[in-house]
Design a protein around this ligand. Sequence first.
Ligand code: CP
Length: 303
Amino acid sequence: MRHVLSCEQFSREEIDGLFNLTDHIRQNEKAYSGAISDKVVATIFYEPSTRTRLSFEAAILRLGGKNISTENANEMSSAIKGESLTDTIRVMDGYADAIIMRHPDIDSAVRAAEVSRVPIINAGAGSGEHPTQALLDAYTIYKNKGKIDGISVAVMGDLLYGRTIHSLIKLLCLYKNITIFGLSNPALALSNDYLQYMAEKGVNYTIVNNLKDLPSDLDIIYQTRTQTERFLEKGLKAEEIVIDKAAMQHFGEDTLILHPLPRRHEIAPEVDSDPRAKYFEQSTNGMYMRMGLLYEILVNSKN
Ligand code: CP
């Protein structure tokens, strides 16, 4: 593995290997504490982040690596003086062994990879993709269900602008007998590109209009936040579908709730104590999965 740009690039074997490596690192963390001690990894974020940036930075430090970082690159890097993204990458690849980047443009990571001499990791590209989020989502499903083949998943919330949804759909398409339900305000429905992608991969996708239209033995609810930062600028409005205690009564004890976070109102805090709520476990899993990914890119791929 060199760059991480889109979930379309992964094979099933690569994902299985990454999950096994992540488990091994987790169980033997001390043994990996100096694994990348000779590496400098850059995190450059042109959009806000709590989980992705800090879990990557924690992963770098836990593997013994060093981190250089710009957390508000739009204002605190020379982007504000008019420097292009590609010029910035051309400079940073002389300082770092890998570059983890988040940027508002859908094609930003691809453009960066075209000029970079070091691996580029897409940590969120506009309303396009967020592949490492999908990896940790799938890892969380695998840890809780013991498998991904054959599961049913309801993707909810902002299916139009939600990059985590887009990457998760592409990743799920690698598995067998996947059923996906889409539940959103019609203004935030999945675009035709993704409908076509699933059809080509043989994944069954059904649009539903109400939580009660979902099967009560559903495996995964994947709720997401309305991406108002992309949405309001277009003058759009959409009511959110809220998961609360009453809504959860429709589902069985094995229906797990995931959310990439941050959340606002779309999952009521009263749901947090429900044993089916896995979103905080999911964010912790993210750090370990990112340790696995960095090890794979900076150690395994170099050997
Ligand atoms: N899930 C996620 O991408 O969260 P952050 O925006 O906080 O990184």
